[in-house]
Design a protein around this ligand. Sequence first.
Ligand SMILES: NC(=O)c1ccc[n+]([C@@H]2O[C@H](COP(=O)([O-])OP(=O)(O)OC[C@H]3O[C@@H](n4cnc5c(N)ncnc54)[C@H](OP(=O)(O)O)[C@@H]3O)[C@@H](O)[C@H]2O)c1
Length: 241
Amino acid sequence: MSTLKNKTAFITGGSKGIGFGIAQALINEGVNVAITSRSLQAAQDAAEKLSSDKAKALGLKADVRNLIDQEEAIKATVKEFGQVDYVIANAGLGHFASIEELTDKQWRETIDTNLTGVFYTIKSSVAELKKSEGYFITISSLAGTNFFANGAAYNASKFGLTGFTQAVMLDLRNEGVSVSTIMPGSVSTHFNGNNPEEKKAEEAWKIQIEDLGELVVDLFKMNKRTLPSKIEVRPSQPGKK
Ligand SMILES: NC(=O)c1ccc[n+]([C@@H]2O[C@H](COP(=O)([O-])OP(=O)(O)OC[C@H]3O[C@@H](n4cnc5c(N)ncnc54)[C@H](OP(=O)(O)O)[C@@H]3O)[C@@H](O)[C@H]2O)c1
């Protein structure tokens, strides 16, 4: 089995939720991890929780909606760890309202974060990923293939992200850079104001953040000649709500 020890990962939005779960799984494999947040305090608090004797976590303030923030965060990661092998574009949010209620501000925040933010993330890291022949993962959603009422902004951002990632995969695969999008269904996180800590039993049927961490580790360990480029992940028994 291949080892990930001493590799470096860069994860947008690692202060909580899925990004934090992926960071935790990678640290356990000996991968040094840089995580970002809109808040320096939140990034550093999470990094402190993540760091262990196996690997180090670095907390950085970087808003994915800002290209310069992303470029600076990648530079800081290279300065600290010397390289970037894995980039996980995870940061995201959702506003859910009917088209009559949806505001211009909610629309822009959703598209700027979930879609343009990922564009900025790969633009600022592609040179490093080419050097390391690394791996770029985006966290889309089942909302990136299934549409629903009140989902106009979120569906548009995630359908866009699914297509964007597949095109980037074709651009980069012959450069030795692997690209996948993970499309989860319901995951127990802080998404949309949820509080998973208060709902452990109630949300036991949902995908847990450590399950997605395990999936990412499996992808990174897979033989480079094979690429699961688009991965739908769902709770196996949603009826048990
Ligand atoms: N939960 C689900 O059921 C589910 C299902 C499918 C897909 N997803 C996707 O999974 C991804 C992670 O969501 P989650 O469920 O883990 O939600 P979460 O618990 O709310 O975490 C969201 C993360 O994104 C960060 N973030 C948000 N806006 C940002 C920005 N502009 N710049 C940098 N970081 C930003 C947050 O950091 P700060 O708040 O500290 O800035 C936080 O670390 C999202 O792309 C979401 O669409 C979630």
